[in-house]
Design a protein around this ligand. Structure first.
Ligand SMILES: Cc1cc2nc3c(=O)[nH]c(=O)nc-3n(C[C@H](O)[C@H](O)[C@H](O)COP(=O)(O)O)c2cc1C
Ligand code: SF4
Ligand code: SF4
Length: 254
């Protein structure tokens, strides 16, 4: 079973690649949290995977909530792994995950990481489609290698993008403090399609006379509403407007 979380498609792409090779099912952690569906039963020999993006060198709040609540009925021993997708570095997110899982008696046998396009457009500019495609194309080889290792149930820590991970405790606090919805603004371009509200993993948005309103003070800060808006009508603070929108698209290999 491959538990994944993804707001702009990078982690979903990795989860789908693993599913294709292993024949195992993908399960959206965001949907499970929304439905409060936390009970799972594994088949004999099935792998347990967690595929997620890095937020401020730590786990996205949705992933943390899911993993803290999940109950997995095991059938003997199960190989357990995680794959973090990131723009630059993962910090200590895999160690954070291992700690939560160990409290449930689940060992994390292998951790992997891959760098893809950084969707944190508060800082990064994603307007250059050719640059994005080149970065995701470079990731493809690394993803295939990860999929191969997972398929063979290879153990060990293969996360090569930890960076200065001891700082993760501080960056996690920063993430939790910064998850405010007050900087969200909607422009006149909004066509009232409701997609932002529908796809929000924390149900933070409702539609008021066809326009989105952030009814919760905090959210996951996944930026999914901003990146998936069909008319680029959502901004967060002063910087995102000039930094573009990003969604993973299949890369074309030669
Ligand atoms: C709130 C937020 C914080 C982020 N923090 C980091 C970070 O600390 N390090 C990093 O390399 N990438 C960071 N990113 C980038 C994402 O981890 C990266 O783009 C990821 O592949 C997106 O996955 P997705 O398309 O599955 O949502 C951050 C993105 C967001 C939205
Ligand atoms: S996704 Fe964009 S266009 Fe659709 S309701 Fe939300 S802000 Fe408006
Ligand atoms: S409001 Fe937007 S950024 Fe916040 S959790 Fe919902 S989709 Fe993600």
């Amino acid at each position: 079973m491959i538990f994944y979380f993804s707001s702009t498609g990078n982690s979903k792409h990795v989860a789908d690649m693993i599913a294709k090779r292993t024949g195992e099912e993908t399960v959206s952690m965001a949907d499970c949290v929304k439905k409060m569906q936390y009970d799972f039963k594994l088949k004999k020999g099935e792998r347990i995977g967690f595929v997620y993006p890095i937020y401020c060198w730590s786990l996205p709040s949705v992933v943390e909530e899911f993993v803290k609540n999940v109950s997995i009925e095991k059938y003997g021993k199960h190989y357990t792994y995680s794959v973090a997708t990131c723009g630059v570095a993962t910090g200590g997110a895999d160690m954070e995950l291992a700690k939560i899982l160990s409290k449930k008696g689940i060992g994390l046998h292998a951790t992997f990481s891959v760098t893809m396009v950084d969707n944190y457009t508060l800082v990064f500019n994603v307007k250059n489609a050719a640059k994005n495609e080149a970065k995701n194309l470079r990731a493809e080889e690394s993803i295939k290698n990860i999929v191969f290792l997972i398929n063979n149930k290879t153990g060990g820590y293969h996360n090569h993008h930890r960076g200065l991970w001891p700082a993760s405790k501080a960056t996690k606090v920063m993430y939790n403090v910064s998850r405010k919805t007050s900087p969200f603004k909607v422009s006149e371009d909004c066509i009232g399609c409701g997609l932002c509200a529908k796809q929000c993993p924390t149900r933070a948005i409702s539609l008021d006379y066809g326009k989105p309103v952030w009814k919760n003070k905090k959210c996951a800060l996944c930026l999914g509403c901003l990146h998936n808006c069909p008319v680029n009508a959502i901004n967060y603070g002063p910087t995102t407007k000039n930094h573009g929108q990003y969604k993973y698209t299949e890369v074309k290999e030669d």
